[in-house]
Design a protein around this ligand. Structure first.
Ligand code: GDP
Length: 480
């Protein structure tokens, strides 16, 4: 938020000359027609004896309205399906188990219908539903949490009966515990000759997971994902543990949810899988997802079938967003698209302000020159890629490229083309932009030229890394 000096003067009832004098006291040189930031205006007004009340942001107004609405209809909670994450050591059978559960529950007439990986799926057990997140492992689970999104209600810990408790088994236990998520143990591969479920129970007891039959309170189910044994029992136990937790959510209100996965689809544009946490998401709803506004154009289930709406604990693919959000971003239905756009704008400005550090314009060339002269500094990078996998690989490699002289700092990494928002973020943060298999759109290119933001696009990961490394060593070759 900014205000023109003349407008501020007239609002405060002082002359523009007086105001400019006050500004100079704050070391701000501004002419009568220039804009000054809200913070500066506040400081000056307070110096002149005014009390300043910041106008409420669109997001604040929206949240307040939502809160008062919620309190009016409190108590209308309905049971919702549990959301389950499968964790465990590598090769203990997480993926096999997820596949078997999914296939075992697809009705015959739907068999052969194409299942699509959307990050989550739902199965029906005894007329009730269970939602499985199908990216197994505690890394995804915890990175979502780190972003403030906890979606998992129950963790199923897979332990191979022939291999026993391994390092990642223990890690998974700790991660689930830190999140306060109850654990059900699936003792897998009981068909194998060397299988010893009792030894697994013994080892788990050392980590304070004591089986019920041993007097503890942890449900442990022997299964064989390969032979499809024990699967029904495991699913029943999940429902049982879910009942103990009395999982409930309001259904009849605007939806709130969390992004599980998101990518840019060539034909359909930005595509996000959202797990609804509360309320009901409907086609046509205006939404704000992270800092991305949109309107739900279509909802699809995990078999690509259109949905009219999605209630609590239901995963749904959302089409109609204006950009690709990030996993862990929250989704909120807003009263109208205008509110969504305003909140998006505010969030982007906030992100930008947080990263604002005014210094000389950064390019790989200037970095290279500074490095050659022995200067120390950080290199902020905005990273965009076509798919999540390359994004993560590139981000990890770039961060590892840090030297004592130059610290690489990836301030934004996301799937999708390079947009105007990326360029203004880079511009405000003095960052360079690296695009992998993506290009800037016309608006982004224009803004980059205007603000002289260094945008580099690559089709080969190591070429990107080589350029950055060369610049950091002061040896970047000039671009042809
Ligand atoms: P993940 O790394 O935990 O996802 O493990 P996978 O699901 O990829 O399984 C690793 C290997 O164990 C694969 O070769 C599976 O076929 C095998 N496997 C999984 N479940 C069982 C089981 O119940 N019995 C046996 N004998 N092998 C299994």
């Amino acid at each position: 938020q900014r205000i023109v000096v003349r407008d501020l003067a007239s609002r405060l009832g002082v002359s523009a000359a007086e105001l400019i004098k006050q500004l100079m006291k704050q070391n701000v040189m501004a002419t009568i027609t220039q804009e000054i930031p809200f913070e500066v205006a506040t400081a000056v007004a307070e110096n002149l004896g005014f009390t300043v009340q910041r106008p409420k942001s669109a997001e604040e107004r929206f949240l307040e309205a939502k809160k008062s609405e919620a309190s009016q209809q409190a108590g209308k909670l309905e049971p919702r399906p549990p959301v389950v994450t499968i964790m465990g050591h590598v090769d203990h059978g997480k993926t096999t188990l997820l596949d078997v559960i999914r296939k075992s529950r697809v009705a015959a007439e739907e068999y052969g219908g194409i299942t699509q990986h959307i990050g989550a799926y739902q199965v029906e057990v005894q007329g009730r539903r269970i939602t499985f997140l199908d990216t197994p492992g505690h890394e995804a689970f915890t990175s979502m949490r780190a972003r403030g999104a906890q979606v998992t209600d129950i963790a199923v810990l897979v332990v191979a009966a022939d291999d026993g408790v391994m390092p990642q088994t223990v890690e998974a236990i700790h991660h689930a515990r830190a999140a306060g998520v109850p654990i059900i143990v699936a003792i897998n591969k009981v068909d194998k000759p060397g299988a010893s479920p009792d030894r697994v129970k013994q080892q788990l007891a050392e980590h304070e997971l004591v089986a019920e039959e041993w007097g503890g309170d942890t449900v442990m189910v022997p299964v064989s994902a390969l032979r499809k044994q024990g699967i029904d029992e495991l699913l029943e136990m999940i429902l049982l543990v879910a009942d103990l937790r009395e999982l409930k959510a309001p259904v009849d209100q605007p939806a709130q949810g969390v992004v599980i996965e998101a990518q840019l689809d060539r034909g359909r544009g930005p595509v996000a899988t959202v797990l609804v946490k509360e309320g009901t998401l409907k086609v046509g709803d205006p939404v704000i997802v992270g800092a991305v506004p949109g309107r739900v154009r279509a909802l699809l289930d995990d078999r690509g079938r259109p949905l009219q709406e999605a209630g609590p604990s239901t995963p749904a693919v959302v089409l109609g967003l204006s950009d690709v959000p990030q996993p862990g971003d929250s989704l909120m239905v807003t009263p109208d698209e205008e509110t969504a756009r305003r909140i998006a704008q505010e969030r982007l400005e906030k992100q930008r302000a947080e990263q604002l550090r005014p210094t000389a314009r950064m390019t790989l060339e200037t970095l290279s020159k500074m490095a050659a002269e022995g200067e120390t500094r950080t290199l902020p990078i905005v990273l965009k890629a076509d798919v999540q996998g390359s994004l993560e690989a590139l981000q990890a490699a770039l961060q590892q490229a840090s030297t004592p002289q130059v610290q690489v700092n990836v301030i934004h990494a996301a799937v999708g083309g390079i947009t105007e928002a990326d360029v203004s973020l880079a511009s405000a943060s003095n960052a360079i932009i690296i695009g992998f298999n993506v290009r800037p759109d016309a608006n982004a290119r224009r803004l980059a030229e205007r603000d002289r933001v260094d945008v580099r696009t690559y089709r080969i990961i190591y070429e990107a890394i080589d350029d950055v490394k060369a610049a950091m060593q002061g040896m970047l070759k000039p671009r042809l």
